[in-house]
Design a protein around this ligand. Structure first.
Ligand code: HEC
Length: 454
């Protein structure tokens, strides 16, 4: 796990008395925590920087934030906080985390001016996170059925935990949030839907009968995932490892995914009038990727859902664009892997999640429209494996039938990549972080698709 939970850095600021209030600045010119800084932190930082969240310290109160003042100025000025990696020259995003120049300047002047607290009367109300949920009080909280044991050391294969939902009626997912039981060992979760056993769901079976429509996407790149990896064919029996007592194998075919958790991306709110369908009787399968942390522990991750009260205008679906045939030679410092597809229906593209492992350094996506226009729709010039963002377009991209999407990912398999576990290795597709992926998850709607009436 790459996220660092450093606490030592907090100490050095205590008692250093830097930037004493008697310095050249007049008191009036120095921004205060209560009046100027707290509103910035509440809006941009405390979703992660509060007790129980992924960041190493809370920024909710003056007392919490004050010891970190110098580090805050550094991280804000160099752009590492708040974390966001899309190049703002291409597209803008509803969930982008960026401070304005004015906000950065307030923080900088606050720190240089001695990081004063200010007048308590100026402090706005702190944001409310009901029972810790960022999405507000969920309509349903679905939980793993066990405290899954994670050993102190070793590599853990992906585990598949069934999380019953079993609603009697279709539900429209308006927002969701994944809350890890133990964020220190949870590398990612992908939430898949799972159809009920066929006998129990004649209605669901009837719905999927009938002529198969043209697929929405045709892929040019090799979308086959190697045997034994998630989504690929099973390994031949002689190569399969015997399941251990803690192995939770895939109980059956995975339905479409509805989303996932990675550090920094645990919440999704769909735009007004758009929702994802959880059909009646369906449950979820959590694909869990755990990493060990030197100490045995357990995890029980929860999934909070908010439902739309009425069927939405548009139904959101997910798809993935991959190149399963990637091969990165040893030592290659900037190895490019491409994937592309043609869109066969008019589509609105809502979001993209670029995903590689620790050798990935950059992503670029172009759309080539049927009229010949080519547009970069997402550029991630400094891709960082620690931050797997979902880039949700502010204006969903209208992609007419015939549009092609080109994706390129670059990998650094050289010793210069500090995250590289072994620059001497040939790297192929694989689930583990010492292997690689070239994977993009897309959220879209088919423009002409009528909302199913049931
Ligand atoms: C999406 C979650 C998230 C948001 C939003 C976020 N942070 Fe962080 N922050 C983290 C995590 C996780 C770490 C520890 C890992 C790291 O340093 O990359 C961190 C580390 C830091 C550190 C370094 C702490 C140290 O060890 O010295 C500072 C300072 C910081 N954040 C300030 C901020 C400020 C200020 C904001 C808002 C303007 C902010 N962060 C927004 C998640 C977040």
């Amino acid at each position: 796990m790459m996220i660092r939970y450093g606490a030592a850095a907090a100490i050095f600021l205590l008692g250093t008395g830097f930037g004493s209030p008697a310095s050249a600045q007049t008191a009036a010119a120095v921004p205060t925590f209560n009046k100027d800084v707290a509103p910035i932190f509440y809006a941009n930082c405390t979703s992660c920087h509060r007790p129980g969240e992924i960041a190493p310290m809370s920024l909710l109160t003056f007392k919490d934030a004050r010891p970190w003042a110098r580090s805050i100025a550094t991280k804000v000025n160099d752009g590492t906080m708040p974390p966001w990696h899309a190049d703002p020259a291409y597209s803008s995003f509803v969930n982008e985390r960026r401070l304005t120049g004015a906000q950065k300047s307030i923080i900088d002047r606050w720190v240089k001016g001695g990081a004063p607290e200010g007048n308590p009367a100026d402090l706005p109300a702190a944001p409310h996170y009901p029972n810790g949920w960022n999405i507000g009080e969920p309509d349903a909280v679905l939980s793993m059925q066990e405290d899954y044991p994670i050993p102190a050391t070793g590599t853990i294969d992906y585990q598949y935990l069934v999380v019953p939902a079993n609603f009697a009626e279709d539900r429209w997912i308006q927002a969701w949030e994944l809350r890890p039981g133990n964020p220190k060992v949870l590398h990612h979760v992908i939430v898949y839907t799972m159809a009920p056993p066929a006998t129990a769901a004649p209605a669901a079976a009837a719905r999927s009968a009938g002529p198969r429509p043209t697929p929405v996407f045709s892929f040019d790149s090799d979308t086959r995932i190697p045997a034994g990896q998630t989504g690929g064919p099973p390994l031949p029996p002689e190569q399969r490892k015997a399941a251990g007592p803690n192995d939770r194998l895939r109980p059956g075919p995975l339905g479409p995914s509805v989303g996932g958790y990675v550090p920094g991306n645990s919440v999704r709110r769909f735009p007004e009038g758009a929702a994802m369908l959880l059909p009646a009787g369906y449950s979820f399968i959590f694909q869990m990727h755990y990493t060990t942390m030197g100490e045995a522990t357990t995890d029980r991750t929860r999934f909070g859902l908010k439902f739309a009260s009425a069927p939405p205008r548009v139904v959101l679906r997910t798809a993935s664009l991959i190149n399963g045939a990637l091969h990165i030679p040893p030592g290659a410092a900037s190895h490019r892997v491409d994937a592309s597809m043609t869109i066969n229906s008019d589509v609105m593209l809502y979001s993209m999640v670029p995903h590689t492992h620790v050798r990935g350094i950059r992503w670029l996506y172009d759309a080539l429209y049927p009229d010949g226009r080519r547009e970069t729709i997402l550029s991630v010039p400094n891709y960082d494996f620690d931050w797997q963002h979902e880039y949700v377009f502010r204006e969903p991209k209208r992609l007419p039938a015939g549009t092609k999407i080109f994706a390129s990912a670059w990998y650094d398999n050289s010793p210069a990549n500090k995250s590289n576990p072994d620059p001497g290795k040939d790297v192929w597709w694989g689930d583990q972080t010492f292997e690689e992926m070239m994977f993009t998850s897309l959220t879209f709607t088919v423009v002409t698709a009528p909302v199913p009436q049931r």
